[in-house]
Each structure stands twice: as C-alpha cells, then as structure tokens.
Design a protein. Sequence first.
Length: 154
Amino acid sequence: MSFVFEHDVRPVAYVYAGPGAGERSVASAVEALRTAVQPAVQVKTLVASDLLAGDWASGCCVLVMPGGADLPYCRDLNGQGNRLIRAYVEGGGAYLGLCAGAYYACQGIEFEMGSRLQVAGERELAFFPGCAKGGIYASFDYTRGKPARWRELA
C-alpha cells in the first residue's frame, strides 16, 4: 500500500540532532522511528536553531532527545528552548529522552562522579523532580565509542 500526501499534514516525530546529540544515537532513533511509525508519521531531525524558532511544536507528535552529552543541550537550549519544550509537553506533547536526553530532563544529574567523564549539576527542564545518577558499568566510555559490557551480577 502506498500513501501519497499532496500537502503533507502528517504529524512529525522530531529527533534533536544539534550539538551534544551523538551521531549514532540520532541515526538509531531516526531509524527506529521510521521503522515503527512511517508512513503515518513523518520523521525529521531538528537542530537548536530550529527548536528555538518554535515552529516545530504545532505538528509534532513526539520530541526525541537522543543520547550524547547533555551539557551542550543545556548550553544551547536553557531559557527559551526549555520554555518551548515545557510548553509543548504541558500542552499534551510527548518527550522521549534517551540516555543524555533522559538525564537532561531530570532536575539534577550525577554522572560518572570522580572520573574524567564527571558531569553534575541542576537541570532547568526538570520533568523528573529528582537526580539521575549513572553510569552503571565502569567500562562505559562514550568518548571512545566503547560500550559497557554485560556481566552477570552475583
């Protein structure tokens, strides 16, 4: 079955692809969404300037903040960006935070405390009113593309 949309009015699932969003995380989120929701929903990426313009919210069915690093999210979206995201969610929109995107949506984070990857502090968006703590496995290093390894817990 093929769908043709003369004036494409389908809802849009937006994946944030601005600074901080990991390239593989963006690609994985886009592919997963396309597999799950197309052709009924368009899947597009947006960057900080797109998000700050605010036009995305009217046709958006979900805003996905992927994995990567949340400090650039804070740098580029604190203030106006977070006000737009909050208004979108409070108006009935959906926010899906994956990895860094989930940390970003918490009131505070403590990530890899005591290591060279340490990130800690309050977060403005604060959808979750608590502190997110991680990572779980010491072998994780996102700066080198080195995944954590599964291990049996005794």
